[in-house]
Design a protein around this ligand. Structure first.
Ligand code: NAD
Ligand code: ZN
Ligand code: ZN
Length: 341
């Protein structure tokens, strides 16, 4: 793809260089971010590029210096490829890689600067592969972003997630429906799902939501009424458009946390004043997480292996990629669409 253009093309099977592995792709998930990338007027990446930052598959072969792999092993490919040598990378926080922080507005990865997983084969640094054990690569592909990004966001506000806390999850699409499952599996909080799509709200009960609220002009009043006028201890916004940011801001409780994951180009103004009309309440923590750490990736794979985290999937042949991306942009994908070569 290149900005504004997304099409199928034949390219050669890449050769893994030193420290790299050739992965035979089993499944490649389509993310809301892919829609943003295709519609960017210019992007901070070299083009043309193969999209796909949410990939699982099997090890095919490897370059020099790679140890300990076997052909056929099932692996999840991390969606961010840090330098591997800076302090953040050595701590397993490639999402905060210092090399990329000096050079790029976002840390790069497959489908985000390097050729990604919407292909039959991809080359990845050996360091970026996580063993999946018996998990099916098609089913596991969404773990690579829709699973790990919410897991990271949740772990950043762990101290707010006490048993008596209320959590509002705005946008229960690809990332949001995984967030609900992770929250359900790892906390005793009351979970309220919010979306504009009634079908997604219905499905969210099976993902762990205790209550659902339609995202409309009454949503803030309804959520405040459901929380005794105080709001929710944590609000996750997986849409990131101005109406959801305003809603999140209106319903986050004093000393709560507002976690902005969605990149829908919305804005939220933060005013330093008292009493601040429309500004976040006193003590609110505002976080804008990106991607996930190694620790989050291991946790998500562990939850999936225990049967506690499973994406709702639509499987599509790789050849249908452009049409599936359009369907995702039009809000017609429920759960996650995975391309299968
Ligand atoms: P998706 O399209 O599957 O889900 C988005 C959901 O938001 C849908 O269910 C949609 O109905 C809902 N929504 C839209 N407008 C709404 C509104 N006004 N009120 C309530 N709900 C609304 O997309 P996705 O793949 O889950 O991605 C979600 C967002 O997260 C995208 O913006 C994507 O770019 C971003 N993202 C961020 C990171 C990160 O690291 N920060 C990583 C991955 C994705
Ligand atoms: Zn993504
Ligand atoms: Zn680094």
């Amino acid at each position: 793809m290149a900005p504004g253009r997304f099409e199928m093309q034949d390219i050669d099977v890449p050769e893994p260089g030193p420290g790299e592995v050739l992965v035979r792709v089993g499944g490649a998930g389509l993310c809301g971010s892919d829609v943003h990338i295709v519609h960017m007027k210019s992007a901070p990446f070299p083009f043309p590029m193969t999209l796909g930052h949410e990939t699982a598959g099997v090890v095919e072969k490897w370059g020099s210096g790679v140890k300990g792999l076997e052909r056929g092993q099932r692996v999840l490919v991390a969606g961010i490829w840090g330098c591997g040598q800076c302090r953040a990378c050595l701590e397993g926080r490639e999402n905060a890689c210092e090399y990329w922080a000096r050079r790029s507005p976002v840390p790069l990865g497959p489908g985000l600067g390097f050729n990604g997983g919407m292909a039959e084969f991809m080359v990845a640094p050996a360091r970026s592969l996580y063993q999946l054990g018996d998990l099916d690569p098609v089913q596991a592909a969404p773990l690579g972003d829709a699973g790990v990004t919410p897991c990271h966001a949740i772990n950043l506000v762990r101290s707010h997630l006490r048993g008596d806390a209320t959590v509002v999850v705005i946008g229960v699409g690809g990332l949001g429906h995984m967030a609900l499952q992770i929250l359900r599996a790892t906390t005793a909080c009351r979970l309220i799902a919010v979306d504009t799509d009634a079908g997604r709200l219905n499905a969210s009960r099976a993902h762990g939501a205790d209550d659902t609220v339609l995202s409309d002009a009454h949503a803030a009043a309804t959520l405040l009424q459901m929380t005794g006028g105080l709001g929710a201890q944590v609000v996750f916004d997986f849409a990131g458009v101005s109406p959801t940011l305003a809603l999140a801001n209106a319903v986050v409780a004093t000393y709560g946390a507002l976690v902005m994951v969605g990149l829908g180009t919305g804005s939220l103004s933060v005013v330093a004043d008292a009493p601040p009309a429309g500004a976040p309440k006193w003590g609110v923590t505002l976080i804008r997480p990106y991607g996930a750490t190694s620790r989050d990736i291991f946790e998500v794979i562990g939850l999936a292996q225990q049967g506690k985290l499973k994406a709702d999937l639509e499987r599509h042949p790789l050849s249908e990629a452009p049409g599936v991306l359009t369907a995702l942009a039009e809000g017609k994908v429920r759960g996650r669409a995975v391309l299968v070569p």
